[in-house]
Every structure is written in C-alpha cells, then in structure tokens.
Design a protein around this ligand. Sequence first.
Ligand SMILES: Nc1nc2c(ncn2[C@@H]2O[C@H](COP(=O)(O)OP(=O)(O)OP(=O)(O)O)[C@@H](O)[C@H]2O)c(=O)[nH]1
Ligand SMILES: [Mg+2]
Length: 254
Amino acid sequence: MHPKTVIVIPCYNEAKRLKPNHYLNFLKQHTKIDLIMVNDGSSDETRAILQTIRQDDPNRCMILNLDHNSGKGEAVRQGITEALVTGADYVGYWDADLSTPLEIIPKFCTILREKPDLFMVFGARVLLLGKTIERNALRHYCGRSFATIVSLMLKISVYDTQCGAKLFRAGPEIKRIFENRFISRWVFDVEIIARWIRLCQTYKLPPVDLVIYEYPLPVWRHVAESKIKISNGATVARDLYKIHKFLKETECKW
Ligand SMILES: Nc1nc2c(ncn2[C@@H]2O[C@H](COP(=O)(O)OP(=O)(O)OP(=O)(O)O)[C@@H](O)[C@H]2O)c(=O)[nH]1
Ligand SMILES: [Mg+2]
C-alpha cells in the first residue's frame, strides 16, 4: 500500500506567483498526496486563488486561513500540525513559488519508504553535472556563508538548511518538533535541526546526521519576487544566536 502524504504550502501574498493549474494537475496525478494551503494573513488575492484550487477537489486540498501574517515558520508549523492530525505517514512543506517542482515530492516519499531509519528529507540545491539549479548569485553566496555558520554552530556538515522543500516521517518525534512556536522568525529550518539535537539528548534518539537525508535536487529555479531580502541579515543573525542559546540550555523547555 502507498503511504499517505500531506504537503503544506505556506502562502503569503502569493497571488502573482501561485499557479493553480500546477496544483490541480498534481492532485489529479498523485492521488496519495494531499495539500494543505496555509494563507498566512495575505492582503492580496491569495485567499480567492486558493479557493479555486480547493474547489476542484475539496477533500484533498484543505485551506488554513491565518488571520494575521505570522511568518513562514508559524504558517508551516500550523499546517504541519493539521497534517499530522490527518493520520498521514509523511508530512512536509513546499514553497508556493514552486522553485522546487511539485513532481519531485514522490521522490522524497520513496526515499523515506526505502530508508526506514530516516526521519527527514531536505532538498539540497547543489549544482552537480546534469542538474538544473538556477540560483541568483548573491543569494547563492550568502547561502554558502550561512550554511558554513550553521554547520559550525550545530557541529554537523549540512549543505542547505533553507531550501523550501522538506518531508518528514510522521510520528511522535516530528509532532514534538512542531508542537511549539519557533523562537526564530526567519531560520526555523535550522531550529528544526536544533530541536532534533535537543530531543536526542533527552530521549536517546539517533544522531541528527543519521536521520536527515539531504537530497540533491534535480531541478530548482529561482522565482522572482521572493519576500526574503538580503537586508533581513540582522534578524537572521539574531535568530541564529537565539538557537545557539537554546542548544546550550541544560533543560529542554519546549
Ligand atoms: N517571506 C515570507 N514568506 C512567507 C511568509 N509566510 C509564508 N511564506 C511563504 O514562504 C515561502 C517562501 O517564500 P519566498 O519569498 O519564496 O522566499 P524563499 O523561497 O525563502 O527565498 P528564495 O530562496 O529566494 O526563493 C513562500 O511559499 C511564501 O509564500 C511570510 O510571512 N514571509
Ligand atoms: Mg522562493
């Protein structure tokens, strides 16, 4: 039997970038993968566009409307919490701009199915021969510095924490990771890893490098109008410091 998968799509003012047909075709072609679209307090036409996607197959496309903009991390967290309630085997999140095409989701599912020790699959934007990775140069170099700092801080070698394509094996461990609001606004993806590290210390789970698989994406294309700006650097630095402090705490308070 094919495992059931629920993917959360966080959407904040995505009216220009949302492509309803991509979602509709995907739902038709992949009957074991459902969607939860989280409208993160958008002030544009996002809500109406999401309705058009849902109308076609209301049982397999749920919409979660947040009254106020809460940031990607909180939108994802609320979506994943709903996804876990559905009894799905795998839950994940995917950026609404479809920089990572939806068609890659089944590959992520296959990885979790074939490797039962894994809990998470992270898309990694690595430009290897035969791959199509189209990134803005400045974002790429900022991303490389960011990954180096994160690797040193977490004491693991992680290539790409920030790619918006991730899948998790549903269960009590992942439920715990998404249970409480993230302390960081922009780098909650790093916090997910930090939370696993803390869980390991408390519950003797396998180390983080054995439970996360970084899958080199075959395709990733930068889509214009990203809302995350290089100028958010100061907030990112502060968020990383908060995560660093969280890792140093002796008691698990979350
Ligand atoms: N920036 C931002 N994104 C949000 C928010 N809430 C939900 N999102 C969603 O998070 C996803 C990522 O947003 P993008 O603006 O593409 O940023 P990004 O993908 O991290 O940046 P790139 O690597 O340049 O594509 C999209 O699906 C957004 O709609 C929010 O408050 N701020
Ligand atoms: Mg994007």
